[in-house]
Design a protein around this ligand. Structure first.
Ligand code: AVI
Length: 314
């Protein structure tokens, strides 16, 4: 099945369900990627600055826990993007003359080419092997390419976009692909003042709303649909008990939407669940490590203690 056909089927499956849902992985067409870039630049969206601070100010600590001087290794980054944060680690490793290959994985080929060109220019001594595709497929390819020790980076609180059970399943699969002694470093957003969290996902400028609504625009554009976008509103919640920060698109009016020949009915005020951005406690993070076959080695936090990079070993 080609990409457009799976997008079509996933959209219909979610919108025929009760309650309706759509998968957040479809946010990131060119428009969505540009809007996400603007989200990361918003002061209220603290996650990027916190993790950047960890990689900038605690590089030595990260490198020590990852045992980068021990033996040659492959440093694999799931969803590398522009590798802004990991570049601090890469520069440090080159300075320390660590023996390693950097393997950025990304679903977007264009992003990988830009990253490779930038790294070749800025860090000419770095060996870069870009891998284009889905995280887990490419991780398998990386483990088949060489049997060097692996260090896997999964930054940005991307794990937060999975429901708890799916996050466990994902970590278990990564664990199965790795060997004893390999490590995984994952960025987790921590539970904190609920207002701070809600403001990060509910900015007054409407950038997050535009990011979410772009998903319906994308469906209109690519799947020949006729959503009345202006009738939809972005609605965000945060539950400080379970850590679930959830976004919905709510149809203000009753409407019938034609998606490539299939009609989907909306009642007035009917929501579509579009994304969870789960927030964790330090204890839950260690529990997740243990339950998915890892030993937790360290949690390295930013100065506000809002975000941690957790390092686990197989
Ligand atoms: C990509 N991901 C970690 C972001 C998050 O914080 O959940 C996506 C996002 N959605 C709205 N704002 C940012």
């Amino acid at each position: 099945m080609d990409k457009l056909e799976s997008f079509h089927q996933d959209v219909l499956r979610g919108l025929k369900d009760h309650p309706k849902w759509l998968q957040p992985k479809y946010f990131y067409d060119d428009n969505g990627a540009a809007l996400f870039q603007r989200i990361m630049e918003m002061p209220a969206y603290y996650l990027t600055a916190c993790e950047l601070e960890i990689f900038r100010d605690k590089t030595v600590e990260l490198a020590e826990v990852l045992h980068v001087q021990q033996e040659p290794f492959d440093l694999i980054e799931l969803g590398a993007g522009d590798a802004m944060k990991s570049s601090f680690l890469l520069e440090h490793l080159l300075r320390e003359q660590a023996d390693f290959t950097y393997m950025p994985i990304d679903i977007c080929g264009e992003v990988l080419l830009t990253l490779r060109d930038r790294l070749n220019r800025d860090l000419p001594n770095l060996e870069v092997v870009p891998l284009h595709g889905e995280y887990l497929d490419m991780l398998r390819e990386a483990t088949e390419q060489s049997d060097r020790r692996k260090i896997v980076l999964f930054l940005g609180s991307n794990i937060g976009n999975m429901e708890l059970e799916d996050a466990h399943g994902f970590c278990r699969t990564v664990n199965r692909r790795l060997k004893r002694g390999d490590t995984m470093l994952t960025g987790f957003d921590l539970q904190k003042n609920p207002h701070t969290i809600l403001e990060a996902y509910n900015d007054k400028e409407g950038i997050t709303a535009a990011f979410n609504l772009n998903l319906l625009e994308r469906i209109n554009r690519e799947l020949d649909a006729d959503f009345n976008i202006s009738a939809f509103q972005h609605y965000q919640t945060y539950d400080p008990i379970d850590g679930g920060c959830r976004s919905y698109l709510v149809s203000g009016t009753a409407q019938k939407v034609n998606i490539g020949g299939e009609v989907i009915s909306f009642e007035a005020n009917e929501p579509i669940a579009v994304e969870v951005s789960r927030k964790y406690t330090p204890l839950e993070i260690d529990q997740m490590a243990i339950e998915t076959g890892f030993a937790p080695l360290a949690q390295i936090a930013d100065s506000k203690n809002w975000f941690v990079d957790a390092i686990w070993q197989v």
